[in-house]
Design a protein around this ligand. Structure first.
Ligand code: SF4
Length: 361
């Protein structure tokens, strides 16, 4: 059967990652904690038993939040994640159309649980995928024990045929993991340069786009640029899974809740928070050192979560026009370095060039 594209304007993985340092240029939405797969390394501790699955009220809140975008005030890209967002194909479809209506583009990351049936795509899921501007699938060794690589490739080929941009998110234990060398070579052999790859290591810190845990290398934190809606509706300033799961959220990393706040409010808080400007431009390690705090046990993100709640002199300085300008310059510098540079820092460095396979980086 030939698949028909149902609209949207493609966005490639490199474009999404190119925007990653830009404050409020993107929004991550974790629709549910539920997932039918049982991958051993799952970064979101997802299972089908999770209570963090949207009821009718939460669905209304999610739609209201996305419908509060305007053509002038919207993220450039919305990333739908989970758990498994395609457990909710109707909701994902409605959110996609609402976001696209304002000019935002939508990407979704799936574990392809449905592909176990010889790569067959059920009709409601097909409708959602062909409405997207980008479709990403997970691939790693534990995941291949749940969904075969052949089935993943079958689905990707069908989605490509439908004219939707695709990518793969691969995860390994590190640069020397033989799985990563073998799997990336297999993807290139199958698809040439048509399937860009985001290759991560299972380490302790943020998520470069969505769905996977990656490292925090010290210095400024670009992961504090995009708000994340957690499955319980809380909006956080970053996508680090431990932070997303932590309640109460440290005040400097909490942007609101979709029951009370709309996108313009969350966007303004993201852009204007002095503490977030400092995390994006100096980073948590330097902030702790400047405030006289000891290095935090647990490293980079633990230190960020444990930053003193009380504003200090740095916060006062970052609140003004100079702080805004520094934030803008920092984002512009990171964007100029390009998506491969971002992945050399936050992903698995030897594979960073695969964000744009076939192109010089
Ligand atoms: S350093 Fe802070 S803002 Fe950045 S990923 Fe870690 S917890 Fe989030």
């Amino acid at each position: 059967m030939t698949l028909a594209r149902r609209g949207g304007t493609d966005v490639e993985l490199s474009e999404v990652l190119g925007l990653r340092p830009e404050p409020a240029a993107g929004l991550l939405v974790a629709l549910t904690r539920r997932c039918p797969l049982s991958c051993a390394h799952c970064s979101t501790a997802s299972s089908m038993d999770s209570a963090e699955h949207p009821d009718g009220t939460r669905r209304v809140q999610l739609l209201r939040f996305v419908r509060s975008f305007t053509p002038e005030q919207r993220p450039e890209v919305v990333l739908l994640t989970g758990g498994e967002p395609l457990l909710l194909p109707g909701l994902a479809y409605e959110l996609t159309r609402a976001a696209q209506h304002t000019g935002a583009r939508v990407s979704l990351l799936s574990g392809l649980f449905f592909a176990r049936d010889a790569g067959r795509i059920p009709a409601p899921i097909l409708r959602t995928i062909t409405a997207l501007d980008h479709f990403s699938a997970s691939l790693d060794a534990p995941h291949e024990r749940e969904v075969s690589r052949a089935d993943v490739f079958r689905v990707l080929a069908r989605v490509l045929d439908a004219g939707v941009a695709v990518s793969l998110h691969l995860t390994g234990s590190g640069p020397d993991d033989p799985y990563l060398a073998e799997a990336t070579a297999a993807v290139i052999k199958e698809f040439g340069d048509r399937v860009p790859m985001l290759v991560n290591e299972v380490r302790a810190v943020g998520r470069a786009t969505s769905g996977r845990t990656v490292a925090g290398p010290g210095g400024p934190c670009a992961m504090a640029a995009w708000p994340t809606v957690a499955p319980d509706g809380t909006v956080l300033a970053c996508c680090n899974q431990r932070t997303v799961d932590l309640r109460p959220v440290p005040p400097h990393l909490r942007l609101g809740h979709i029951a009370e706040d709309d996108w313009p409010t969350v966007r303004r808080r993201t852009l204007d928070s002095p503490r977030l400007r400092l995390i994006r431009t100096l980073g948590p390690d330097q902030l702790r050192a400047r405030s006289g705090a000891d290095p935090a046990e647990g490293g980079y993100c633990a230190g960020c979560r444990a930053l003193p709640a009380a504003p200090g002199p740095d916060d006062a300085a970052a609140a003004g026009a100079a702080g805004r300008l520094l934030d803008q310059l920092s984002a512009a510098r990171l964007r100029a370095q390009g998506p491969a540079a971002l992945l050399r820092r936050y992903g698995c460095a030897p594979y960073a060039h695969l964000v744009r396979p076939g192109s010089p980086v």
